[in-house]
Design a protein around this ligand. Structure first.
Ligand SMILES: [Zn+2]
Length: 106
């Protein structure tokens, strides 16, 4: 199977808004900390890999939905088979390479 290329993208740092500096309530007026997320560059390199369909996970027998809680110990009835998961939880469609169309003048 052919794998699509990763897209490497320079994104504005979410933590500092692209300034390279973080100013919390501890810093006081006129003072800032160099952003630990982007190390002061103002930019985070994000790599995106196009989705090519849901992959199979080997060795799976039982699956359940998580609650998001740290302590999450449901009973045996919460579990269902991996085959049921594949049937009942639809996979997202593959990503398509989209081309921007120029708007036709009316
Ligand atoms: Zn930053």
């Amino acid at each position: 199977m052919k794998s699509s290329k990763k897209i490497i993208f320079n994104a504005e740092c979410d933590s500092c808004g692209g300034t390279g500096l973080y100013q919390g309530f501890m810093e006081g007026p006129g003072r800032a900390v160099v952003c630990i997320s982007c190390r002061g560059t103002g930019c985070n390199v994000v790599s995106l890999k196009p989705f090519e369909g849901r992959k199979r996970k080997r060795g799976m027998e039982k699956v359940r939905f998580g609650s998001g809680l740290i302590l999450d110990c449901p009973g045996e009835s919460a579990w269902f088979s991996y085959e049921e998961f594949l049937e009942k939880v639809p996979a997202a469609p593959k990503s398509k390479a989209t081309k921007r169309k120029k708007k036709a003048k009316k």
